[in-house]
Ligand binder design. Structure first.
Ligand code: DGJ
Length: 785
C-alpha cells in the first residue's frame, strides 16, 4: 500500500511487515526518513527528519535562503553531483555547455495500480491477481529541461520494493549521462556488516562478510556480464544478525551486464548504498526527446534474519520474475552428455547414453557442445548453427526423433552470442564481432563476442535458432556464454556512442531472448555462462533456471548452492550428479552424497551412464524415483539454511511446503570425526502444533567403503582385493540405517531429532549411522494425522 500525506508531502510505502518513508523537503529535494519494521502511526516528518540547526564548519550550504541546510548532511532518495553533497551520487550528467552540475527538484507524483513495464529491460510483475501499486515521483532539474522519474513498486506480500529511474531529455541540447544508478539508499548510521556473494569460475557465490569502514566499499563487474566475481546482490546486516534473527537489508539488481554496487560511509557515519549499471567506461548520449531507463533493483528488509530476507527474494523470483509456461512447473530430470563425452561422440554413442538414462528414470536428454559444423574442439565453428555431419551424418532431426522414440525429451546446447575465427560466419561478417579495427583482439576460450547491439546480428541469431528449434523439435535449450568482454568497439555505433556498447549489447541480448521465449513458449531455457558467470535476476526473467556452476563436486557444491540461496531459490539452480574422481577437483565423494546435494536443486546427471556398475544403476534409479516423488518439495519448497558449510564441518538445509505439512532435510558432513559426540538435528519452518514422522531416505553403501573391514560386516570372510569381492561390491546394495520416528513439531524445532550415533570404529550394525568423509543423509518429515 502507498499512503501519501499531501499536506506534509510524505510518502509511506507499506508492505506486510515493512515501511519505507520519505518526504519532500522545503528545498524540494526528496529526503529519506525511514526503512524498517512496519509503522502504523502516521509520520510526523518534523520529528523524524534529521537536520542540523546551525551550519557545520567547512560545510557547503545549499542556498542562502535555506541555510543551514546542506545536501551533504541529509538522507536522500536521489542524489546528484555539484550542489554540496560529497558522497558518490546516484546521477551524474553533463550538459552541452560543458557543465556537470544538476539539481533535481520535486515536481509531482502519480500512483498507478500494477506496474508500468520497463522498456526493453527485465522486471518484476504482479503474479495473477496480486495487487501491486507503483509510485512515480517526478523530479526536474532546476535549470535544464531534464526530468527524472523515480519508480517505487510495492510488493506488499513479498516485503519487497522495486526501484528504478527514467531520465528524459526535454531540452534542445544533448545530455550526457556519466552515471545513472538504479536507486539511492541512505541510512543515518553505518553500524552494519556487508555480505556479498563472491567467487570465480568453479567457485561461484561464496558468502563473504566484511566490516564497513570509512570511505567506499565497492563490488562490481567490468566483464560485460554480471560475472562470478561478485553477484549483483548485497546485504547489510547488523553485527549480531544471524540466519534466524536480526535486522538486514537486501539489494539486488535485475541486470545481466557490467554493474557496480557501492556502500559509502561518510565522516558522520552516514551510509549510502548505490547499485546500477557500471559507470566505469560508461557514457550515454541522450538526444532531445530521448529517455534512459535504468535496470530495476529490488530492496527488501527483514528483522527475522538472513533466511527471511532470502525467502523474500525467493518468493519474488518464483512468483514475480519468472514468466511463461515453465513458471512454477515441475522441471525434468535430465542427462547431459558433456562430462560423459566432451566433444567425442557420434549418434550411436548418444543413443546408448539416452537408452541407459531412460532406464534410470531420466526424462530429458541434453546434447551439449560439439554437435554443429566442424566443432571437434573449442577452437572452431561458433556461429555456424548447422549440424556436424561427421558426428551426426543423419542429422539432428533424426537424432531428436530417435531420442524421443526412446521416451526422452530432446534438448540442445547453444552459444549464440559467440563467433569463432574459424567459422563461415566470421568469414562472411568479420565486422559482426566485437573487436577494435586497429588492434589484434584478445581471445577468451578462442572466441570473439558478436555485437548484439547490431540489429543484423540479432536477426541472424534469431533466424539460426528458429530453424534449429523448429527442425529438431527442441524441448529444452541450454544457452551458454563462455567469455568476458575485451576490445570494446562496435562498427555499428558512432564514435560518441562507443561507451554505450556494453549496455546496448545487454539490451540486444534481452531483445533476442524476449523474441525467442515468446515464439517458443514450450521450450525450457537454462542459462549458463561457464557455469554461473551470469547467474542474475535479469537472466531469470527470460530463462527460469541457470546452470549454477561447472563444479559438480558435492562438497564444493554445498558452498556454491548455500551461497546462491542467499538470493536465488532451488527452482533456479541446475544441479548435476557427475562421476568421480570429480572432473573439477578430482575429489571422490559417495554417489549418495552427490545426489543428496543435487536433489536440492534441479536434478540432472552428467556422467557416462553406459558405464555404471549394477550398484550404481540400482542406486541412481532409486534416487530418481525419490526425487520424482518429492519433486515439488525439492524444487519449490521454502528453503531454510540451518548450518553453514562456510562455518562448520557440517551443512544442513531443508525445504518445507507452504502448508508446513511436509519437509525434507539435507545433512552433510565434510570430514568424519573419530569417536564423535551425539548430534541433534534442529529443524525450521514446521508447525509447533503438528506431529511429524521423520524418516531417513533409504541409502545404499558400496562394500568397497569398508576396505579390509568388509569381512567383518559380511557374514562371510572375503578377500577385499579379490575379484569375487569386486563383483559383489559392484552388484550388492548394502542398506544403510533407516530411522523412522514420530516427533512433535515443537520438539523438532526446539531441540531437534536425534539420529543414530555415528560409526566410531568399534563395531557396525543396522543401528550405526555410517557417514565417513563426505557422508550425508536426507530425512523426509511428514505430518501425521
Ligand atoms: C561451459 C558450460 O558451463 C559447460 O557446462 C559446457 O556446456 C561447456 N561450456 C561446453 O563448451
Amino acid at each position: 500500500m502507498i499512503f501519501i500525506d499531501s499536506k506534509q508531502r510524505v510518502f509511506h510505502l507499506s508492505t506486510k511487515k515493512t515501511s519505507y518513508v520519505f518526504r519532500v523537503s522545503d528545498t524540494n529535494h526528496l529526503l529519506h526518513l525511514y526503512y524498517g519494521p512496519k509503522l502504523n502511526d502516521p509520520i510526523d516528518p518534523e520529528r523524524v527528519e534529521l537536520r542540523h540547526m546551525v551550519e557545520l564548519g567547512n560545510s557547503t550550504t545549499y542556498r542562502e535562503e535555506t541555510k543551514p541546510f546542506s545536501l551533504n548532511d541529509v538522507l536522500l532518495e536521489m542524489s546528484t553531483f555539484g550542489k554540496g553533497d560529497y558522497r558518490d551520487p546516484m546521477v551524474h550528467l553533463e550538459f552541452e555547455d560543458g557543465t556537470r552540475v544538476s539539481d533535481f527538484l520535486y515536481e509531482d507524483y502519480t500512483v498507478t495500480t500494477g506496474k508500468p513495464p520497463l522498456n526493453e529491460l527485465p522486471h518484476t510483475h504482479p503474479d495473477q491477481d496480486e495487487k501491486i501499486e507503483t509510485l512515480i515521483v517526478r523530479m526536474k532539474d532546476a535549470i535544464v529541461d531534464v526530468t527524472i522519474e523515480l519508480f517505487f513498486s510495492v510488493f506488499d506480500q513479498k516485503d519487497c520494493i522495486a526501484r528504478s529511474m527514467n531520465i528524459m531529455n526535454g531540452s534542445k541540447q544533448k545530455t550526457i549521462i556519466h552515471k545513472a544508478m538504479s536507486f539511492n539508499f541512505d541510512h543515518f548510521e553505518s553500524n552494519f556488516e556487508m555480505v556479498t556473494l563472491d567467487g570465480a569460475w568453479i567457485r561461484e557465490r561464496h558468502v563473504t562478510n566484511r566490516q564497513l569502514g570509512y570511505g567506499i566499499t565497492k563490488i562490481d563487474s567490468k566483464k560485460g556480464v554480471s560475472s562470478s566475481d561478485h553477484n549483483p546482490f548485497l546485504v547489510l546486516k547488523r553485527k549480531n544478525t544471524e540466519e534466524q534473527m536480526g535486522e538486514c537489508y537486501g539489494f539486488a539488481l535485475v541486470y545481466s551486464g557490467s554493474f557496480e554496487a557501492t556502500v559509502e560511509v561518510n565522516p558522520h557515519d552516514m551510509l549510502r548504498v548505490l547499485m546500477g549499471i557500471n559507470s566505469f567506461d560508461f557514457k550515454w548520449v541522450l538526444s532531445q526527446g530521448d529517455n534512459f531507463q535504468t535496470p530495476e533493483a529490488i530492496l527488501t528488509y527483514s528483522n527475522e534474519g538472513l533466511n527471511r530476507l532470502s525467502q523474500n527474494y525467493h518468493d519474488l523470483i518464483k512468483q514475480n520474475l519468472v514468466r511463461g509456461a515453465w513458471k512454477g512447473k515441475p522441471r525434468p530430470v535430465l542427462i547431459n552428455n558433456w562430462e560423459a563425452t566432451y566433444f567425442d561422440f557420434n549418434e550411436s554413442k548418444l543413443l546408448r547414453l539416452a537408452k541407459a538414462a531412460k532406464k534410470l528414470g531420466v526424462e530429458l536428454f541434453v546434447l551439449d557442445d560439439g554437435w554443429f559444423s566442424s566443432r571437434d574442439d573449442d577452437t572452431t565453428s561458433l556461429g555456424d548453427w548447422t549440424v556436424n555431419h561427421k558426428k551426426l551424418p543423419k542429422g539432428l532431426e533424426n537424432l531428436s526423433r530417435k531420442i524421443k522414440k526412446i521416451g526422452l525429451d530432446f534438448g540442445i546446447w547453444v552459444e549464440p552470442e559467440m563467433v569463432s575465427i574459424k567459422s563461415r560466419l566470421y568469414e562472411n561478417h568479420p565486422d559482426w564481432a566485437i573487436r577494435l579495427p586497429n588492434r589484434e583482439p584478445s581471445f577468451g576460450r578462442n572466441q570473439l563476442i558478436l555485437d548484439l547491439s547490431n540489429v543484423s546480428v540479432q536477426e541472424y541469431i534469431l533466424d539460426s535458432l528458429r530453424k534449429l528449434f523448429n527442425e529438431s523439435k527442441i524441448s529444452y535449450c541450454k544457452w551458454d556464454m563462455n567469455r568476458n568482454f575485451s576490445d570494446l568497439f562496435s562498427g555499428n555505433l558512432d564514435m560518441e556512442r562507443q561507451s554505450e556498447l556494453l549496455h546496448r549489447y545487454v539490451l540486444g541480448l534481452y531483445k533476442v531472448l524476449e523474441t525467442l521465449t515468446k515464439e517458443f513458449p514450450h521450450i525450457l531455457f537454462e542459462s549458463c555462462s561457464s557455469g554461473g558467470n551470469r547467474f542474475d535476476f535479469g537472466m531469470l526473467y527470460y530463462m527460469p533456471q541457470t546452470w549454477t556452476s561447472d563444479n559438480s563436486d558435492a562438497v564444493e557444491r554445498l558452498k556454491i548452492q548455500y551461497g546462491t540461496s542467499y538470493a536465488y531459490p532451488p527452482s533456479t539452480m541446475g544441479a548435476h550428479v557427475s562421476s568421480v574422481p570429480n572432473h573439477q577437483v578430482l575429489r571422490i565423494t559417495p554417489l549418495e552424497t552427490r545426489y543428496n546435494v543435487a536433489a536440492f536443486g534441479l536434478l540432472g546427471y552428467e556422467l557416462d551412464c553406459t558405464k555404471l556398475t549394477r550398484f550404481e544403476r540400482k542406486t541412481i534409479k532409486r534416487q530418481i524415483d525419490y526425487y520424482k516423488t518429492y519433486r515439488s518439495l525439492f524444487q519449490y519448497g521454502d528453503f531454510y539454511r540451518i548450518k553453514s558449510p562456510f562455518e562448520e564441518n557440517v551443512c544442513i538445509w531443508m525445504v518445507v511446503n507452504s502448508e508446513k505439512s511436509e519437509a525434507i532435510l539435507g545433512y552433510y558432513q565434510i570430514l568424519s570425526k573419530p569417536n564423535p559426540g551425539y548430534e541433534k538435528m534442529k529443524t525450521l519452518g514446521l508447525s509447533e502444533n503438528k506431529t511429524y514422522n521423520v524418516q531417513t531416505r533409504p541409502q545404499y553403501i558400496n562394500l568397497h567403503s569398508f576396505g579390509d573391514l568388509a569381512s567383518r560386516v559380511l557374514p562371510i570372510s572375503i578377500n577385499s582385493k579379490g575379484i569375487i569381492f569386486n563383483i559383489l561390491a559392484n552388484n550388492h546394495l548394502m542398506n544403510q540405517e533407516v530411522e523412522s520416528h514420530i516427533w512433535t513439531g515443537d520438539w523438532l524445532m526446539s531441540d531437534g531429532f536425534t539420529p543414530m550415533h555415528q560409526f566410531t570404529g568399534s563395531g557396525y550394525n543396522e543401528f550405526v549411522r555410517l557417514m565417513g568423509d563426505f557422508g550425508s543423509r536426507i530425512y523426509h518429515i511428514k505430518e501425521i494425522a
